[in-house]
Every structure is written in structure tokens, then in C-alpha cells.
Write a protein that binds this ligand. Sequence first.
Ligand SMILES: [Zn+2]
Ligand SMILES: [Zn+2]
Length: 337
Amino acid sequence: MRAVIIDAPGKFGVGSVSDPTPQPDELLIRVEACGICGTDLHIIDGDSPLAHYPIVPGHEFAGEVVAVGSNVAQKGSFAVGSRVAVEPNIYCGQCEPCRSGHENLCLNYTALGVTLNGAIAEYVAVLAAKSYPLPDTMSLREAALIEPVSCAVHGMHSLNPKSGDTFLIVGAGTMGLLLLQLARRGGASRIAVVDVNAQRLKRAESLGATRTYTGVQQALADEPLGFNCVIDATGVAPVIEQAFLAVKRGGKFMVFGVASHEARVSLSPFRIYNDEITIVGSMAVLFSFQAALDLIASGVIDTQAMLTAAFPLADFSEALAAVRRGEGLKTQVLPNA
Ligand SMILES: [Zn+2]
Ligand SMILES: [Zn+2]
């Protein structure tokens, strides 16, 4: 089959690899759509401590079942022709975090597209236990958004805002705008969004942002006491430092964007103590995949606003360049188009 293969950091291309065969507990999926995200850029750039090389990237995908493993066939849980989305993270179930309800922090974490071959390929083998059947009304491009939405849902579960809270979301890329939509439906009273990209701010306004700004300072000028919930969705260290300054006394600060693992920030511990600020991290997905599927199925997430360009597999380099230029929002590869 044809797939994108990253041989080593900075060395990648579209090539041929042998077709995956489903193990007894697996399904073979013909991939219809797979999103490109920041994690893929980190893997390509050699800035992911978890990645294995060579690797086929791609963890935000949906497709159609074309073969089932022997155990799956026996159970009859999935049939050829089923349309599914797949949670890409795989947990061992036996380490301390797994056994204390933190499976997403598994010490033996593996993931499709990071440590195991992923879905920017014509086919991918996946665990049936990680696969979710889709309603007929949901397109496979929409379904490939379930994974990023489930990360945002886990973020909101971790942040646990109160009804009426004011929000500042810094970064209006795909994740910032998904968090915006969830915050709005979750009872936020006012949501300010900061980005340097005017097009993204326009989209934030159409998705329900109360005010938009090109810098945190401007947002603070309008809300001098700060915001109950501040979310960094950029992963950029100097931006994180600024965003922290906009947390209201008694408020919460969520570090959601993925920073380089070598990045450091300088925050005032006196302020964290004296202003009783809660700092929250949110990593991937935890019991939030079905919730994300349901949010998309019921129209809470505006998928049309989120899905922008789509490229055939052969044009992966162009797709990647568009993502790096910050064009559009969720760029997808359609490997069997
Ligand atoms: Zn992702
Ligand atoms: Zn584990």
C-alpha cells in the first residue's frame, strides 16, 4: 500500500510499505480521512520524545472496515463495511497510572501514528476495542475530527469550569476553536480569544467568541481583573507567560498547547500562592472519545467551520506546508481519494 513514511526526523515521503494484516483482536481499516496536527509536526521535526522511527504518521482518522481479525469475527462486534473512528492511544492496563484511572498517562503508552504505524496511509490495522461505530449521518471527514474534539473534551473535564465563568483562550487554531465551542456550550458568560491571525479571529467570532484580540495585553485592558479560566492553546513559552498574567485571582490556568519538551517558562510562585491560582495540564484523551462523537453527531461542534483543505496522499508535502503556514484550520489527507 501507499503511505507517508517518516524514516527519521526531517526525512519523509510517500512510499510503498507492505499491507498491514489484522491480528485476532484487530480490524483492517481503509482510511478515508486523516487530520494533520501539531503532534505530526513534532514527530517530523524530531521534537517528540515518544516517537519511534521509521513511522507512518496519522492519529486523527476514520474509515471503513475491510477485514476483521479472528476474535472479532467470532464476537461479531464489527463487520466488513462498518464505518468507524478509532481512538489512537493504547494503554497497558497494568502500570500504576493505568490502575488508578489515569490511562492516558500510561507508563507503557503506545499510539498509532507515534509509536505504531498510523493512518496517513491507504490502510491501517487497529484494535477493535478502540474502534467506535459511526452514525450514518456523520461523514468520514467529520468523524476524523472526533480525536481532536476528544482531546478538547478531556481538557474541559480537567479544567472543570463553573457556569458563568469568563474565559480567555489564547490561540485560535483548531484546538483553541474547539475549546471555544465547548466552553460556550458549557456555560461561559464571556469568551475572549487571542491570536495573531486575523482570519482565525474572524472564525472565532463566528463560532461565538465575545471579543477577539491580537494580544493578551489588549484583552486585559478590557478585563482588568482577568478571567476565571485562561487556556493556552499555543504551546509557545513567551505566550504562556503572558497568558498566565490574565488569570483572575482564584482562577484557573490550563496548559493545553503542546510546547517543545525543552521549553521553560517563568511564572510567579508568589502569585500562584497569593492569588490561589490552579494550574491544570491536559494530555490527550481520557474517557472522552464517545462524548466527542456525540458532540459532533448532535451538531454542537461546527465541523464545517473546522474542516478546511483536504489533500490526496500524493500531495502530503503540500498539505504539510499549508499547515506550517497556518492556513485554514484542520487540514486532512484523504488517502483513498
Ligand atoms: Zn492530534
Ligand atoms: Zn499503563
